[in-house]
Design a protein around this ligand. Sequence first.
Ligand code: IMP
Ligand code: MG
Length: 176
Amino acid sequence: MNHIQQLISTEELQTICQKIGSQITEDFEGETPLIIGILKGCQPFMADLIKEIGLDLEISYMKVKSYEGTTSTGKITLSLDTDISIENRDVILVEDIIDTGKTMKTLTEILLERNPKSLNVVALLDKPERREVEFNADYIGKIIDDVFVIGYGMDYNEKYRNLPYVGILHLEETEK
Ligand code: IMP
Ligand code: MG
C-alpha cells in the first residue's frame, strides 16, 4: 500500500481559495475576467476558487499534457483548446501546481500570441526548488518543498484526484 501523509487540510484549502478569491475580486474590480482551468488538475480547486470571486466572470478550460509518473517529461502538447476567444480579455489561468515551470512558461507564451488584455496565473501550489525554467505565478496558494503531492485534483497515474485534502505520496517499493 502507498502511504499518504496529509500536507494541506480541507480547511486550509478553503482558506487559500478565500484569500486568492478576494485578491482577484479586488484586482479585477469592474472587469469580467475569463478564468481558464488547466485540466485535469485544476479540479476541484477551480470549482472552490470561482465561488470566492465576487465578479461577473466566464470560465473555460484547456488541457495540456506534460507529465508522466513522478518525473516531468518536459514535453508539452495542447490537447484541448478554449471554447472562448481570449483576445482582449483579462485571462486568469488556474493550475494545480508549478514544478519545473515548463508547462506554464510554454502555455503562457502560446496564449500571449493571441493578444489577451492581460494574462495572470493562479497556482494552488508552487515547488520553486524544482524550477528548470524561469516562471513566476501571479497568485500562489502555498509554496511547498520538493515532494510529490496528490489529492484535490492532483494525481499519481490518474489516481487520488478525488481526495478532499492534499497529501504527500510515499510510494511502496514495488511501485517505484
Ligand atoms: P511542470 O511543467 O514541471 O511545471 O509541471 C507541471 C505539471 O506537472 C502540473 O500541472 C502537474 O500536473 C504535474 N505535477 C508536478 N508536480 C506534481 C506533484 O507533486 N503531484 C502531481 N502532479 C504534479
Ligand atoms: Mg497532472
